[in-house]
Structures are given as C-alpha cells and as structure tokens.
Design a protein around this ligand. Structure first.
Ligand SMILES: Cc1cc2nc3c(=O)[nH]c(=O)nc-3n(C[C@H](O)[C@H](O)[C@H](O)COP(=O)(O)O)c2cc1C
Length: 189
C-alpha cells in the first residue's frame, strides 16, 4: 500500500495534471487556528520519506512552519478516486546544499514567483502580481532572479492514511481497491 502511495506521489511531481501535483497543506497559525492552502509538490523521495516544496520565505506559512513544524498534507486525484493523507514534520532551508540545489533547478522565469514586492498571502484590495513594474512583462536575468523570497522546504513523512475507491478497477496504482478502502501506516524510526 505504501509503495502505491509513493508511486502516486512520484507521478504527482512530474504530471501537473495529476491531482497529487497540488496537495492541500494544513498548518497552525499563531493563534492556534488551522490554516490550509494549495501548494505544488516538487519532489518525492521514497528512500528517505521526504517531500519537497517551495514557498516565499516571507509568507505566513513559512512563519507558521518555523513556529510549528508539524503539518498535514491531503492529496486527492479524481481520476484515481484516491485520497492520501500525510502527517509530517517540515524543515525549512534558506541556504545550504539542499536549498541551493533546489533553487538552481528553477528557471529565471519561474523565479518570478519569489520576486514579488509583497509577500504572498498579504491582504490587498485586488489580486495583482505584485511584481516590480520592470519585471511585469519580461524574463528576469539570472542576477535579477536572486530575490529575497526564495525558500525550499522538506517534510519528513511520519504517518500516511489512504482512502481509495476504484469501480470499475483502473490500471493504476489504486487498482488494489474494490470499493472504498482505508489503510493507515505509521513510521516510528
Ligand atoms: C494551484 C496552486 C498552487 C500553488 N502552489 C504554491 C506553492 O508551491 N508554494 C506556495 O508557497 N504557495 C503556492 N500557492 C499559493 C498558496 O495556496 C497560498 O495562496 C499562498 O502561498 C499564501 O499562503 P500563506 O499566506 O498561507 O503563506 C499555490 C496556489 C494554487 C492555487
């Protein structure tokens, strides 16, 4: 079952149309209230039970993750009719080998997400890009793409819970199911 989960996570990394590409990340805010939003799954490391994500270092979620690294991730793919719930612990990387390697793999155009003058999640009257005017309609140079916002983070998967439903059976990783099923796994190491 766990191997099926990792199969789908690996598909989610490379296939942007797969439901597992954009899980919901739940955190706890500074008042102790739950907070949740979509994020993109960037890497799934089966061997070390690691999932990698990218965020703006100035965002609320980055502050929340520093204060409380325990998170919940919910993945759902409509085609597979499969939900995967993961409990994990997040670790943020601003500099160093892990962060530098992740950053190096992002093209200058994609780095525009981290160059906004206002951090993501801040209240505004109207949803605009918040990019500096000089970058609104062009690709930044490599030097310009080195913004303040860059951060990558990894989460160590500790608990997974899986619900699947396949009827009729599909030729997918979820094919082990007949009707709705649930499986729970915990790592203690
Ligand atoms: C489809 C989709 C993908 C997203 N991917 C990311 C992502 O990879 N990283 C991220 O920090 N925010 C991502 N966002 C934006 C977040 O959902 C959220 O709106 C933003 O990061 C601010 O959240 P915060 O105030 O809780 O930090 C994505 C939003 C959508 C709709």
């Amino acid at each position: 079952m766990l191997e099926c989960a990792w199969d789908l996570l690996e598909v989610g990394v490379v296939n942007r149309h797969h439901g597992f590409h954009t899980p919901t990340l739940a955190t706890i805010d500074s008042d102790g209230a739950p907070d949740a939003r979509k994020i993109v799954l960037r890497q799934a490391g089966r061997a070390d039970r690691m999932l990698r994500f990218h965020s703006d270092a100035r965002s609320e979620k980055a502050k929340q993750l520093i204060a409380e690294p325990r998170i919940a991730l919910t993945f759902y793919d409509p085609a597979e009719q499969t939900q995967l719930r993961i409990g994990a612990r997040a670790r943020l990387h601003r500099r160093g080998g892990f962060a530098d390697a992740a950053w190096a793999a992002i093209s200058p155009m994609s780095r525009r997400c981290y160059l906004a003058e206002q951090a993501s999640g801040q209240a505004v009257d109207w949803p605009l890009s918040s990019l500096p005017d000089s970058l609104s309609d062009r690709r930044p140079s490599l030097a310009e793409s080195e913004g303040d916002g860059r951060i990558s983070w990894r989460s160590s998967v500790g608990r997974t819970s899986w619900n699947g439903s396949t009827s009729p059976p599909r030729e997918t990783a979820a094919r082990a199911f007949r009707g709705m099923r649930r499986a729970v796994s915990r790592w203690t190491g």
